[in-house]
Design a protein around this ligand. Structure first.
Ligand code: M6D
Length: 262
């Protein structure tokens, strides 16, 4: 197994506990980018970027490695937001992919989901979001799937492992009074109806990636191992193709058919 060197991103909603764990000074860290080929933060494996190393690690060459894996820890609500799908991201943003994502909760946390985005324009006028979003407590050990188009917010005191398509396209709808930029027009173009019960899962298997819990066992061939215990040397590990890795108390992430077939 090969360790990936993580990168750190400060966020207004970040959790200063992460600064203590990782020994990072300054504003609270919200996101630890564990594996990324995205130009914003690119992580290294064996002295090469994941983009350069992809062919030997997983047997496929990509201009940008398609999975982005983060550790996220919050002390406030993230924006109510939505991400575009592949078609919109390519046509409007000139990006290779949209952003479908999934979360694994390392401790009890909270999410907010908007099941019916047609109610959003009224809430933007009135400022009354109570009827528009559904706040849901999420138990430790739950997976939540957020496909492109689902209007969502991650809640305070949540610590999650996030797996997503490699994209940073987030359209903010409402930011709880913070002065950050909003992207209402694009958000309303991509938002879709959903039912929050359909998003809570025991593991994730979508066309972009697979994500499951493994308490102990061997993994054969290309996979990313993200340990569930956060400590000073926390990071993700790559199990290269053709090799076998022993894994303990981890989340295992693999590429989905969409990227294997492309
Ligand atoms: O717009 P803010 O609140 O900073 O949230 C942005 C963050 O949202 C989360 O739901 C995830 O999609 C993260 O990958 C993203 O960076």
């Amino acid at each position: 197994m090969i360790k990936i060197e993580p990168k750190f991103r400060e966020q207004v909603w970040g959790d200063s506990n992460l600064n203590k764990i990782f020994g990072i000074k300054g504003n609270p860290i919200g996101e630890v980018w564990l594996l990324s080929g995205h130009p914003l933060y690119t992580t290294d494996v064996n002295g090469k970027t994941i983009n350069e190393a992809a062919k030997e690690l997983c047997g496929k060459k990509f201009k940008r490695f398609p999975l982005l894996i983060k550790l996220i820890s919050t002390n406030a609500w993230l924006s109510l937001q939505v991400h575009p799908d592949d078609e919109y991201a390519q046509r409007v943003e000139g990006e290779p992919w949209g952003k479908s994502e999934a979360w694994y909760f390392l401790k009890d946390g909270e999410i907010a989901i908007c099941e019916d985005p047609s109610l959003i324009p009224q809430a933007l006028k009135s400022g009354n979001w109570e009827k528009v979003i559904q706040k849901v407590k999420v138990k430790k050990g739950t997976f939540v799937y957020i496909p492109a188009g689902v209007v969502h917010a991650l809640g305070p005191n949540s610590t999650i492992i996030e797996v997503q398509q490699s994209s940073d396209l987030t359209y903010r709808i409402y930011d709880w009074g913070r002065p950050r930029e909003l992207h209402i027009e694009k958000a309303l173009q991509v938002a879709k109806n959903t039912k929050y019960e359909d998003l809570l899962m025991e593991k994730i298997s979508c066309k972009y990636f697979n994500m499951e819990e493994l308490s102990e066992g061997y993994v054969d061939g290309f996979a990313v191992d993200v340990p569930k215990k956060i400590e000073k040397n926390f990071g993700a590990f790559v199990i290269p193709k053709g090799s076998k890795g022993f894994v303990k108390d981890s989340i295992i992430v693999t590429l989905g058919e969409f990227f294997l077939n492309s």
